[in-house]
Design a protein around this ligand. Structure first.
Ligand code: ZN
Length: 276
């Protein structure tokens, strides 16, 4: 078993985790807290000059782990699908400008058609943007989402489906983002993690916890240790494959967003070091 690195060097925080903060506050406060990995959500980039953001991140010695998010490819409507392609091409530009090695794809679904049809359109969409991703040197990470989101957010709901698609597309730039929130319940998870890593498709690893009961299907994620996910075990499966990437804390939580974000960041560090 790989020995776990138990310091903050492999910790990244998603900007959405501390949603009340803009990108400037995220960079400054993460850095001052000793956290140097950042996963940037595109909402914090709106109306910003990417060169300025890049130099701000450099000033605070922040490493951009990934950009969230691209995807949302499927639609019954052609115009909608074309507009998704344009948005993904723009995301690639943003990722390249910020030095983000990957973009996480929340692949999308349209309840007006079958999941199979949505999956076809997801594969078509990824293939359409692949040459641009290649020239930019940006990887694309398919993130399977929990089946409760199959109606509208993603037709890819298991790691098996994500692995199948990445293997079918067969490019070193297309892989998978593993998020414990979406996948902890799957009895094939360990097997599929090993399969994913063996194909060099394991790009990103997201952590948080599953609250019991969960009061909101979007914004009631738990801090590691709050809920019932065997996070340490899943992390050990991931790291046993030789994965050397970051552990990205991605928590959407109305409860934590309402608290003091600096104190919350300290809680995140503590939960990362003791419960992750
Ligand atoms: Zn995630």
């Amino acid at each position: 078993m790989a020995s776990k690195i138990n310091d903050l060097s492999k910790l990244s925080v998603h900007t959405q985790t501390t949603r009340p903060w803009g990108i400037e506050e995220c960079a400054k406060n993460y850095s001052e807290a000793g956290i140097h990995g950042i996963t940037i959500w595109r909402n914090v980039l709106e109306n910003k000059n990417l060169k300025d953001i890049k130099s701000l991140l450099d000033d605070y010695d922040m490493k951009v782990v990934s950009l969230c998010r691209g995807g949302f490819f499927p639609s019954v409507n052609t115009t909608q699908r074309e507009s998704a392609i344009r948005d993904n091409l723009f995301a690639i530009e943003q990722a390249a400008a910020l030095g983000a090695p990957s973009i996480v794809l929340v692949c999308g679904a349209d309840s007006g058609q079958t999941l199979e049809k949505s999956r076809e359109q997801i594969a078509e969409g990824i293939i359409r943007i692949l040459s641009t991703a290649k020239s930019a040197g940006v990887k694309l990470a398919i993130e399977p989402l929990h089946p409760m989101y199959a109606g509208d957010r993603s037709a890819i709901n298991t790691l098996k489906q994500a692995n199948d698609m990445a293997e079918m597309i067969n490019s070193s730039l297309v892989g998978v983002a593993i998020d414990v929130y979406h996948l902890w319940w799957d009895d094939m998870l360990k097997y599929e993690i090993i399969r994913c890593a063996a194909q060099n498709h394991l790009f990103n690893f997201h952590v948080c916890d599953w609250n019991v009961p969960t009061n909101d299907f979007l914004n009631d994620r738990g801090l590691m240790g709050d809920g019932c996910i065997n996070i340490q075990e899943i992390r050990s499966w991931v790291e046993d494959t030789g994965f050397m990437g970051y552990n990205e804390v991605e928590i959407f939580s109305d409860k934590y967003w309402a608290t003091d974000q600096k104190a919350y960041l300290e809680k995140i560090k503590h939960a990362y070091l003791t419960k992750t």
